[in-house]
Design a protein around this ligand. Sequence first.
Ligand code: PHE
Length: 455
Amino acid sequence: MQESRELWNNKIGFIMAAAGSAIGLGNIWRFPYMTGQNGGAAFVLTYVIFVVLIGFAAMLAELSLGRRTNKNALGAFTAVVPGTKWRYVGGLGIFTGIAILSFYSVIAGWTVGYMFKTIGGVFSHIPNAQYLADVFTGFSANPVSAILLHGLFIFLTVFVVMGGVSKGIERWSRILMPLLFAILLLLVIRALTLGAGVKEGLAFYLKPDFSQINAGTILMALGQALFSLSLGMGTMITYGSYISKSDNLVSSAASVAFFDTLIALMAGLAIFPALFANGLNPAGGAGLVFMVFPMIFEKIPGGMIFGAGFFILLSIAALTSTISLLEVPVSYLIDERKWSRKIAAIAAGVLAFILGIPSAISQGASDFFSNLPLIHISFLDFMNIAFGNYALTIGSFFIALFVGWKWGIKNAVKEVEDGNPVFGYRKMWSFTLRFLAPICILITMIYLAWTGNFF
Ligand code: PHE
């Protein structure tokens, strides 16, 4: 017998939870680091275009499929077409959730560690940029703290997810995100007034150099858009299944996409001027923001308090994202395998913890995992690109085809029109899901395979 499914308390509750899922390390850690590695402004522009053109359409597709079927990431497919191979798309999403969670919580652990460092006064006097690089390298190469903090973060995630949907997730998302926004604004203002280097930083970030664009950067930008919006693995299918029929999916999706992109763009606006002002390399990789933010805080009166506050809030933003990552396998195990929520959360959490250990020791602690054979990147970078980019892109490709052709755009539109009778975006949405998104993804994938440059 089907139990009645828990629903979000109200529309704002859903938007806050979905925004909580979307806004996280993807905006503040991953976006600046990807931008720095992929040529700056041209990447930023491509990313924004993908958010508007494909991200928004894909989010609406996932939300409507979730709300229609009232199911988890895999069950949604089998509810529409039972017994077909489409369920593997859901299966890929569930595994991707665990895989992303595994390295994401390593970075979240660094955030927690940086909060303690800030409180401990490590950043109250910064002699030079090299000092920050040394602090980061020393910290991230320590296997004990990296694994412990990663474990702590998984533990917190499991703890919240065990409490159930609206009680657990909503409460966290509601109050704290506006505060994070306020500190980020402060960082932007301070970074823009640092003097020398700011202009150069702004040019790198905002003045596109189109010679930087190739199939690799296009796919990275698309992957970043999907990662940041929590798309391509069924998070929004799962979250959509908890939305009430009277809510307006279009305006909800639009506000989530808008705020998510705004936060990412602001993070970049703080990072790049500060980075150039201090003569750092924008392609510095996964440690980028950990080297730059402390530098800005040092130049703000009371910076230690703001800095500690920032890292606490960023940890919480990360937590509302890890919750949504874990919720995907957990709701599958509850719905389809009839597990209890508690056991499902613990089992999926343990799996993510174990899978995350190689990432945790891949920043210098283990030679093997720090520089993988053949591809010569760290295990963490490998997971980040393989699952954070490619798996989400492949997932979105199939979800778009599924909603556009298999479930059918007519049925999808009908679902969206519940709660939003005038749906002006209908034609464009249909075109995007059926043609634009799949063709775009296919062409860049083929081109990339041709050049053979996957990592
Ligand atoms: N969107 C989250 C972030 O930007 C990460 C995430 C990806 C969460 C995929 C759920 C699913 O931090």
